[in-house]
Ligand binder design. Sequence first.
Ligand code: ZN
Length: 348
Amino acid sequence: MRKFLNIHTIILALLLMSISSCGQHNQEIDIKHNDSMVYKSNDDWHKILTKEQYKVLREKETESPFTGKLLHNKEAGIYACAACGNELFTDKMKFDAHCGWPSFDNELSGGKIKKIEDNSYGMHRTEIVCAKCGGHLGHLFNDGPTSTGMRYCVNSLSLNFLPAAQTKNSIDTITLGGGCFWCVEAVYEMLDGVIEVSSGFSGGNISNPTYEQVCTEKTGHAEVVQIIYDTKKTNLTEILKVFFTVHDPTTLNRQGADEGEQYRSVIFFRNSTQQKVAQDIIDDLNKEKVYPQKVVTKVEPFTKFYAAESYHQNYYNLNKTKPYCKMVIQPKLEKFEKLFKNRLKKVD
Ligand SMILES: [Zn+2]
């Protein structure tokens, strides 16, 4: 802890010097997501993929219906791109569409899947490809039977299934409130080891609050992000280090111009280990006087997380040109990228 703080102190001091520049960045800043793209020659893909996988993933062919090994798979776990390991879906998103291919009603957040207009074969369809390696996955239709209305129709050959039994011991979840959830979500989407980030509400006194209800400040909820992460690749200390880097934990119920109890700085712990890690970091930040003012971040027991409306999910990535994204979120991402440049998601 001591060693971490020494480095952290320097980083935070640098950071605090630049924090006042938030809002002045109105030029386009290139968030280099492309750095994590996987580029390989056709020869290299041939070495990695089977002949059948190559035809589907690289040549956009479609496997015969009702032949895929994952069609009837109902096991708990994660579905990843078979070419590069990019995690795309969970078992909870899978449903039986009776169409002959594995179907999902949603995707993991973070812009992991690219949608491309496809007018081949005289049809107007939306092709879905892996955003990391460009591998063809299948097509997306808006005739899904669940509340999302979406049907991701995916070739089994494009997917690798990772059973939960293999990964469950290394998966953990933490819920953090650091002001506007759009900002916090966008940052964690980029951290290596983070599997999923969802924006929502915690710490209030009614069930299933809407964003409008939370904004009235009568429900007591904070805007939070729920982070599911792989402890083999990251840990709570690193996640909290990012947390204390990208928001100001010294302003009570306020982040910049966003004011109100919903923007409070809070860590919702699920067990005594999380509580101790969080409290130790806060105590050390105060002891070392890393910030000019005292850290006001609350450490509270987690009770419930309510996902926010779908238009709040992945907000930054879908709304990059909006003024709030350019002026408030982009500078935070830029800062995060600079300080944690070796910890951004990448695939080798
Ligand atoms: Zn891929």
